[in-house]
Design a protein around this ligand. Structure first.
Ligand code: SAH
Ligand code: DHB
Ligand code: MG
Length: 223
């Protein structure tokens, strides 16, 4: 199996099931033009996030790692008009671009981007009356902090909430117990934390496609 095949199948799937969309296409084009890395979720993955949020009946969502707001648009569109999404982004340039992309998508009333390191902004959100609990949390920022982000997600959710973590397989490296890559070490720590957390019921799936070989973890908050 090759990346070419994965790409072709992603193209086939997205052509049929994920129609071209001006706001999403422009968000990616603007991100590219601004020199942001091409690490947004793939279109069919964005649609999966959207469907998960819909099935969840989510009214509120928290995203950690905005980039240009591509996944943010997918998630925000799943919320009702009076819903609320907060997305956390460290890089002020990324945050500004994401705000522009969300405004162009007509989502600036629903989705808000907060600038700062998520470990600094999360405690502020926790202290803010009415900011949580969130029905869905999407974790997709700096991987070494994934265990901390899952802990925060547990504090900021309710029974029945969904937590989704991107990039949990990393070309298969997650199965390498001897890895010294901080992203892998932390991802493994995150898996172990989720495994022993009685409040979480979880699985993870490997994915191939336009974004290579990676995976997603999905966890339901039980209590
Ligand atoms: N969710 C986006 C992709 C996010 S890429 C999408 O799929 O469209 C990861 C983002 O996390 C980058 O924009 C990066 O600047 C941001 N990031 C890195 N470290 C962070 C931190 N400590 N706090 C918040 N955001 C961070
Ligand atoms: C990287 C980050 C992501 O969120 C992603 O989906 C792919 C790659 C990265 O930092 O390399
Ligand atoms: Mg990602």
């Amino acid at each position: 199996m090759t990346q070419d095949q994965w790409q072709a199948v992603d193209g086939y799937i997205s052509d049929l099931l994920v129609p071209q969309d001006e706001a999403l296409t422009e968000a990616l084009a603007a991100s590219d033009a601004a020199g942001l890395p091409a690490i947004s979720v793939a279109p069919n993955q964005g649609k999966l996030l959207h469907l998960l949020a819909r099935v969840q009946g989510a009214r509120t969502a928290l995203e950690i790692g905005t980039l240009g707001g591509y996944s943010t648009i997918w998630l925000a569109r799943a919320l009702p008009a009076d819903g609320r999404l907060i997305s956390l982004e460290y890089d002020p340039g990324h945050a500004d671009l994401a705000r522009a992309n969300l405004a162009r998508a007509g989502l600036d009333k629903v989705a808000e981007v907060r600038t700062g390191a998520a470990l600094d902004t999360l405690p502020r959100i926790a202290a803010e009356p009415g900011a949580g609990p969130f029905d869905l949390v999407f974790i997709d920022a700096d991987k070494p902090n994934n265990p901390r982000y899952v802990e925060w997600a547990l504090r900021l959710t309710r029974p029945g909430s969904l937590i989704v973590v991107d990039n949990v397989v990393r070309g298969g490296a997650v199965a390498d117990a001897s890895s010294e890559d901080p992203a892998i070490v932390a991802t493994r720590e995150m898996f172990e934390l989720v495994a022993r957390e009685p409040r979480l019921d979880a699985t993870a799936v490997q994915t191939v496609g336009a974004k290579g070989y990676d995976g997603l973890l999905v966890a339901r908050v039980l209590a």
